[in-house]
Design a protein around this ligand. Sequence first.
Ligand SMILES: C[S@@+](CC[C@H](N)C(=O)[O-])C[C@H]1O[C@@H](n2cnc3c(N)ncnc32)[C@H](O)[C@@H]1O
Length: 462
Amino acid sequence: MFTELSGQQPRQLKLFEVGTEQQVTPLEEGGSCFSDPSFASNKTQPVHRWVPWIAGFSSKFVRDALSRYLSGKGIVLDPFCGVGTTLVEAVLLGHRTVGFEINPYAVLACRIKLQAGQIALDELYHEIARFQSFYSDSIASAHTPKSTPPAGFKTRSEFYSPKVLRKVLLVQDFIATIADPRLQDLFRLAFASTMVRYSNYSYEPSLGRRKSAGKPDIEDFPVGRVITEKLLEMAEDIAWFQEALPGKSADWHVFNDSFFAYHKYLSPESVDLIITSPPYLNNYHYNRNTRPQLYWLGYVKHPRDLKTLEHSNFGKYWQTVREQAKLELAFSLPNTDIEEQIQTLRKINREKGIYGGNGWANYAVAYFNDCYAFAKAIDFVLKPNATALVVIGNSILQGIMIPTDYYFAKIAESIGLEIVRIDVPRATRVGNSIIQSDARVAGDRETQRLYEAVVELRKRPT
Ligand SMILES: C[S@@+](CC[C@H](N)C(=O)[O-])C[C@H]1O[C@@H](n2cnc3c(N)ncnc32)[C@H](O)[C@@H]1O
């Protein structure tokens, strides 16, 4: 059952009026036309399981969508490609693919996955064996590591205990000896994707001290074993990928740049299908939460580097805009209540200064202004009649439900795209940093529900 829109409000979503209890009508069994887009199932899928990513897609969702929307081979774009779920599935089905991602750690993950076809497995196994003997010999001796922790990486508590730190530095020493840059990157990724597990921090889902989550600190840990296991998992998946890849070659580009620079890279009407999920309006801080990886991999050396990333992040962050006076929407959206919702939000808890409603209203405005720029970009890059599938979550800011999916769809419609449907494959979502924070208005969880929607848009024929 689909939610046909064509100018009307979606049937399956009750739309939200200021001051009313806001709910999503549950879908009937099998009622959605899309597979569940959430990342959970990726944890067991070859290649996708290498790096967990918040709000990553399920590979099945992408695969189903590729089969359904592309009859022949085409160009598939993911403007916010994260760790590359769309891109990997697209190349496996023989499509050309393009991704944009601002986070260099995620870009590293994408590139290594997409290069999996070119990795010489015997050389990889040889390096893994060399790593095992280097590591066990160095641990057994009193060998002092040559590597040092990244100078700019500061944390409130000691990130690694002294014993774990020595092991981590020995791993860095080994990585420096790998001659082949692709294999070296593979080891860097194996380290980066496991590095928080043996630290005194954990993902809950935001990165915080283990102690704050009621977990004991980690005094010692079999670091080498965990990295070896990760490398063996990668080797197994690379063998699988090489079997699965048609023609043994892949045509892909991943740009470590903001999608808003699309004019530099993409021609008008060049893309056959977009499958993507921008950051949600939930202030999940991709950059802060990957600080350990960004510093240890050498992509960030100074807090100002992180600031640059924050400013290019889709929708900015609440922390970036909360102190500004009053941000205004860059567009108007008649026949929706977006303006009223933002006004209502702005008036809440004024006495709390930057923690009150004005800051959150600014955040919502910055987010929807980027939705507007994003919709224009979709219209620019899609071929006539081509489809964009945008997975987006709704939001609760200071107790106000913001139907992000519906507003985004109406914004897209206002610039000329056709709304085909808004579908809700998953009517509950967890892990929203805002409702778990102190900024939460008591009791909201009982009356407001988080969901994830697929907004299907089509470029009109010229
Ligand atoms: C919801 S995640 C996408 C996850 C992806 N679907 C996957 O399966 O891995 C959104 C991503 O958008 C990235 N991002 C944020 N702002 C961006 C921008 N301006 N241009 C490109 N990527 C951006 C974030 O770093 C984050 O990785």
